[in-house]
Design a protein around this ligand. Structure first.
Ligand SMILES: [Zn+2]
Length: 177
């Protein structure tokens, strides 16, 4: 009987991580963010790489079905309604309001420990039937409120990738919440 193969023996070659930031001699090895070991933004691994390219260019986008007009989030390659792949990229509103939020006070995902405490929440984008989850910056979580206005922004991850997050408007003097 042949010995069982180990997962390490079946792992893809190291060259499958082209976007990982190389460690400099003076810095420790890069820590994976959210245990995400795969370069999901690379067109060799995903068909939604355009989302990240758009984000780098200042666009916040998703896919919409050309047949039934269904707006899809997150961006998809097949419409879950009609099961066709005739999708198009469309820009989304970059403004919305907090539907619900919470705070991460402990037990942050790997690579995010130093950011504690931070807020996460659900945001309803203006004018479209989409409720998005994401991190909320701009104000301490204790100063956030349901219904508060937020903007969508791109932010660069330490390993060279990009993602989106929400930014609450700063408190204005004398304004409640
Ligand atoms: Zn469809």
């Amino acid at each position: 009987m042949a010995p069982p193969t180990t997962p390490a023996a079946e792992a893809p070659a190291v060259t499958a991580r082209p976007r990982a930031a190389p460690a400099t001699p003076s810095s420790p090895a890069p820590i994976p963010t959210l245990l995400d070991f795969h370069p999901l933004e690379d067109p060799r691994f995903t068909e939604i790489a355009a989302f990240f390219d758009h984000l780098r260019a200042g666009r916040f986008s998703t896919t919409r079905c050309r047949r039934d007009g269904r707006l899809l989030w997150p961006p998809r390659t097949v419409c879950p309604e009609c099961h066709r792949s005739e999708l198009e990229w469309v820009d989304l509103p970059r403004h919305g309001r907090i539907y619900a939020f919470s705070a991460v006070l402990a037990g942050a995902p790997l690579g995010m420990e130093e950011a504690v405490p931070f807020a996460v929440g659900l945001v309803d984008l203006d004018g479209v039937p989409l409720r998005l989850f994401g991190r909320i910056e701009g104000r301490p979580w204790t100063e956030l409120a349901i219904g508060a206005e937020v903007n969508v922004e791109g932010f660069d991850l330490p390993d060279g990738r990009i993602f989106y997050r929400f930014r609450a408007r700063p408190a204005s003097p004398g304004a409640p919440g």
